[in-house]
Design a protein around this ligand. Structure first.
Ligand code: FES
Length: 173
């Protein structure tokens, strides 16, 4: 079956289009909407966005591939992004990343077999003052330590099914 926005997402799409002066300006928020709706931006999802905004596919594809916040492959229910840039690196991001890899049994760019977690190393999350930082779905977890990582993983494992869009406890922005 061809991809299509849900009725709710369709209403949000209409709101986005009305908010911007032209359809090209609405591209990034529409990609964010599609990312959330479809779980990630497959080639088919990007083509769908291009069609809905009446934009050339090449514009949509090049924009989507430029921004790392837009997912281009399936992720787990909880997508953990570990900042590995300088400020976080200096405050132990490497150890946090290694700890998570060991604990979850996956590497960066991988998803746990149960589909619960995915892991990724990312560049600066713009929260350098509270490094090291891990983003879980939409929420930031700052001043992270190995103990905090362990507590976070445990809380996410037991999060209710409708808690997927949230980020678990602590530091949500
Ligand atoms: S270097 Fe990690 S938030 Fe900036």
């Amino acid at each position: 079956m061809a991809l299509a926005f849900s009725p709710d997402a369709d209403r949000e799409f209409d709101r986005i289009v009305r908010r911007y002066p032209n359809r090209r300006a609405a591209l990034i928020p529409t990609l964010v909407l599609a990312d959330r709706q479809f779980g990630y931006l497959s080639r088919e999802a990007m083509e769908y966005v291009a069609k809905r905004l009446e934009l050339p596919s090449a514009w949509v594809l090049s924009t989507a591939t430029f921004y790392t916040l837009l997912r281009k492959r399936p992720t787990g229910r909880f997508h953990l992004q570990v900042c590995v840039n300088v400020a976080c690196y200096l405050k132990g991001a490497d150890q946090l990343g290694d700890h998570l890899k060991k604990r979850l049994g996956i590497g960066f760019g991988e998803v746990t077999p149960d589909g619960l977690f995915s892991l990724e190393g990312v560049q600066c999350l713009a929260a350098c003052g509270t490094a090291p930082v891990i983003q879980v779905n939409d929420a930031y977890h700052e001043d992270m330590t190995l103990d905090k990582v362990d507590a976070l993983i445990e809380s996410l494992r037991t999060a209710p099914a409708d808690g997927g869009a949230a980020a678990g406890p602590g530091g949500a922005r």
